[in-house]
Design a protein around this ligand. Structure first.
Ligand code: ADP
Ligand code: MG
Length: 575
C-alpha cells in the first residue's frame, strides 16, 4: 500500500521510563531505591548508591558514583503503590498506548518497544498479567471496542495478528506448536511488502477473545522454550504485530478507500546479556550469536540519533551506514526505527541496580533524538481497479503455477517458487474476501436505502390517491351541477323540478364522486331535516364546491400555462 506523503508526520521517538517496585529478592536483601521521579517535570534521577563501608570507614568500591538526571516524555513511577503519583497499567496505557491506537486508525504504522535489563518489568509493561493486563492486551481490547462502536455500515475492518520471537538470530513463529527440531523462518524482502518473515502465521481475528487465545498460545510456546532451553525468554525478542485494514466504501463514487496500519509491540531481550556478550565474547565463542540483535539495535539507535543525520548535514552519507542489516531484529524493525512509523520506547528500570539502570537511561536518552517520518498508508481504488487487481493477481498465480510445475520437474528451486506461489494465493484469497465484503456492504447500504424510502413512498401513494379522489369529485360536480332549491314560497312544480335535478345530480355524484358521503343526501324522511334546512345546507355545500372548483380551475389553468401538465399536477399535490 502506498504511503501518502501528503500526510507525512515527522517526529521524534517518544521515550518513557518506568521504574518497578521491589521484588521479593530485593526486599529480602533490604535494597534501597536509587530512583527518584518528579511527576511535574518528568525528570528521572538516579541516585548514587551509598557504598560506604562502616568497617573500613571508606568507600567499598573504587569508583565514584554520582547522581544522574534525565528528562523523558514521561517518567512512570510504579515503585510504591501508596504514592499519589503511582502509575498503574491503566495510566501507562492512557498516557500513550491510546494515542498510538488513534494513529493506527488514522492509517499510520506504529511501534512500541520495551527495553531494559532482565526482571526490570518489560513483559509486565507489554503483556502484564491476567489481573493487570499490559499495553498489548489493552490495545487489542480497545481496538475491537472501537470497531464494534463504529456506526458506519460502509466500513469493513480486517485484523490480523502475528507473533514471533527472534532468538539467536533465528525467527520462530509463536503461533504454531513447538516442534523438534525447531522450525526457523527466513527473512525476505520484496518490493511490494518490504522486509517480511516468510511463512509466518498471520491469523485473522474477529474479536478480542480471538486475540487473547493467540496471545496465550504464543506465550505458552515461549515459556515452554524458555524452561527447556535455559531461559531463552530473557534472551529472545518477542514481536507481536497487529495489522489493521480499514476498507471504506463510497456508494456515491463506487470507490474504496483502504487504510492499512501495522502496530508492532516488541518485548526485547534483557539488555544486560548483550553487554556480557560484548564484554567477554564468551557466547560468541560458543557459537551462539546470542544477542547480536540487541547489540546491533544499540548501534542502529546510535547511528540514527547521530546529530550529523540532521537534515542538511550530509544526511545521505550517514543514512547509508545505519547497520540495519547486521541483525535479524533491526532488519525487521527497520521501518519502525527510522522510517515510516510513529515509535515509542519504554525503558524499564529496576529500582536498585545503579549500573544497569544508568546504562538503560543512557540508551533511552539517546533514543530521544531519533526522528521518524510516518505517513498515512492509504489507497483509493475504484471498483474497476479492484477488479483489475484480482485479474492481475490471477494472472500472476497462473504464471507461478507454471513455474512451480517446471521447477518441480527440474527439482530445483522448488521450495522458493512454491512459497512464492502459496504467498500469492493467500494474498489473492484475502483480496477476494475483501471484495466480497465490499459487495455485501454495497448490498446492505442499498437495502437500507430502499427500507428508508418505503414509508416515503407509501405516503406519496396516499397523497396521489387523495388527489385522484379530489379530481373525480370536481369532475362529478362539473358534469352534474347542483341546482340550488328555490325558496319556500316558490314551492310547486318548479321546486319539484329542481328537487328532481338535485336527485339527478346526486345520482351522478354517486356514480362518479367516490368520496361523496352517502349520509349527506339521504331521503328527507331519514335525515329528519325539513325542506328549509336541506335547502340551506345544499346551498352552502354547493357554494363551497363552486368556490373550491373555481380556485382549482384557476390554479390548474395557471400552472398549465406556466409549466405544462406535469408541474401543474405537482402543484396541486403540494397544496
Ligand atoms: P522482564 O520482562 O523485564 O524480564 P518482568 O516483566 O518479568 O521483567 O518483571 C519482573 C517481575 O517484576 C515480575 O514478577 C513482575 O510481575 C514484576 N513487576 C515488574 N514491573 C512491575 C510493576 N510495574 N508493578 C508490579 N510488578 C512489577
Ligand atoms: Mg520478560
Amino acid at each position: 500500500m502506498a504511503p501518502s506523503h501528503a500526510a507525512d508526520d515527522a517526529g521524534n521517538v517518544k521515550v518513557v521510563v518506568r521504574v518497578r517496585g521491589f521484588v521479593k529478592r530485593e526486599r529480602e536483601r533490604g535494597a534501597k531505591c536509587l530512583v527518584r521521579m518528579d511527576p511535574g517535570t518528568q525528570t528521572t534521577t538516579l541516585l548514587a548508591p551509598n557504598d560506604f563501608d562502616p568497617d573500613t570507614g571508606r568507600s567499598s568500591t573504587r569508583r565514584a558514583y554520582e547522581d544522574k538526571e534525565f528528562t523523558f516524555d514521561k517518567s512512570f513511577w510504579s515503585h510504591d503503590e501508596a504514592d499519589p503519583h503511582y502509575a498503574h497499567q491503566e495510566d501507562v496505557y492512557r498516557s500513550f498506548g491510546e494515542e498510538f491506537l488513534d494513529h493506527n486508525f488514522d492509517g499510520y504504522h506504529t511501534c512500541i518497544f520495551a527495553y531494559g535489563q532482565t526482571g526490570s518489568g518489560k513483559s509486565y509493561t507489554m503483556m502484564g498479567t491476567p489481573e493487570q493486563p499490559g499495553l498489548i492486551p489493552r490495545t487489542c481490547e480497545e481496538l475491537f471496542e472501537r470497531i464494534q462502536q463504529d456506526p458506519s455500515p460502509n466500513t469493513n475492518y480486517h485484523v490480523h495478528v502475528s507473533y514471533f520471537e527472534v532468538y539467536n538470530e533465528h525467527v520462530r513463529d509463536l503461533l504454531v506448536p513447538r516442534i523438534t527440531p525447531p522450525m526457523y523462518l527466513k527473512i525476505r524482502e520484496s518490493q511490494t511488502d518490504g522486509v517480511y518473515v516468510q511463512g509466518l502465521t498471520e491469523a485473522e481475528v474477529k474479536s478480542y477473545a480471538d486475540v487473547e487465545r493467540l496471545m496465550k498460545m504464543g506465550d505458552q510456546t515461549r515459556t515452554t522454550a524458555s524452561t527447556k532451553m535455559n531461559d531463552t525468554s530473557s534472551r529472545s525478542h518477542a514481536v507481536f504485530t497487529i495489522q489493521l485494514k480499514q476498507i471504506q466504501h463510497s456508494l456515491l463514487s463506487d470507490e474504496t478507500i483502504e487504510r492499512c496500519a501495522r502496530m508492532r509491540l516488541v518485548d526485547l531481550a534483557g539488555s544486560e546479556r548483550a553487554k556480557s556478550t560484548e564484554a567477554t565474547g564468551q557466547r560468541l565463542k560458543e557459537g551462539g550469536q546470542i544477542n547480536k540483535s540487541l547489540t546491533t539495535l544499540g548501534r542502529v539507535i546510535a547511528a540514527l540519533a547521530d546529530p550529523r543525520r540532521a537534515p542538511g548535514k550530509g544526511h545521505r552519507r550517514i543514512k547509508d551506514v545505519v547497520p540495519y542489516r547486521d541483525s535479524v531484529l533491526t532488519w525487521l524493525l527497520k521501518d519502525s526505527l527510522g522510517g515510516n512509523s510513529k515509535t515509542a520506547m519504554v525503558a524499564c528500570i529496576s529500582p536498585s541496580d545503579y549500573d544497569e539502570t544508568l546504562s538503560t537511561l543512557r540508551y533511552a536518552d539517546q533514543a530521544k533524538r531519533i526522528r521518524t517520518r510516518a505517513s498515512v498508508n492509504q489507497d483509493c481504488l475504484s471498483s474497476a481497479q479492484r477488479d483489475a487487481q484480482i485479474l492481475e493477481m490471477a494472472e500472476q498465480i497462473r504464471s507461478l503455477q507454471v513455474s512451480v510445475n517446471a521447477a518441480s520437474l527440474r527439482k530445483r528451486e522448488e521450495a522458493t517458487e512454491l512459497e512464492d506461489y502459496q504467498k500469492q494465493v493467500a494474498k489473492m484469497q484475502r483480496l477476494m474476501v475483501e471484495t466480497r465484503q465490499v459487495s455485501e456492504c454495497k448490498i446492505r447500504a442499498l437495502t437500507n436505502e430502499v427500507e428508508e424510502l418505503r414509508p416515503v413512498n407509501a405516503a406519496l401513494r396516499g397523497e396521489i390517491e387523495a388527489l385522484r379522489r379530489h379530481l373525480a369529485l370536481a369532475l362529478g360536480e362539473l358534469k352534474n351541477p347542483i341546482i340550488i332549491p328555490p325558496p319556500r314560497d316558490m314551492e310547486g312544480s318548479e321546486f319539484g323540478d329542481e328537487k328532481d335535478a338535485v336527485e339527478k345530480g346526486r345520482e351522478g355524484d354517486e356514480k362518479e364522486n367516490v368520496v361523496l358521503d352517502d349520509g349527506d343526501l339521504t331521503d328527507e324522511e331519514d335525515s329528519g331535516y325539513d325542506d328549509d334546512d336541506l335547502a340551506k345546507e345544499l346551498h352552502a355545500q354547493a357554494n363551497e364546491f363552486l368556490k373550491d372548483l373555481g380556485l382549482f380551475r384557476r390554479k390548474v389553468g395557471d400552472d398549465y400555462s406556466r409549466f405544462g401538465p406535469r408541474e401543474a399536477l405537482s402543484e396541486v399535490y403540494i397544496n
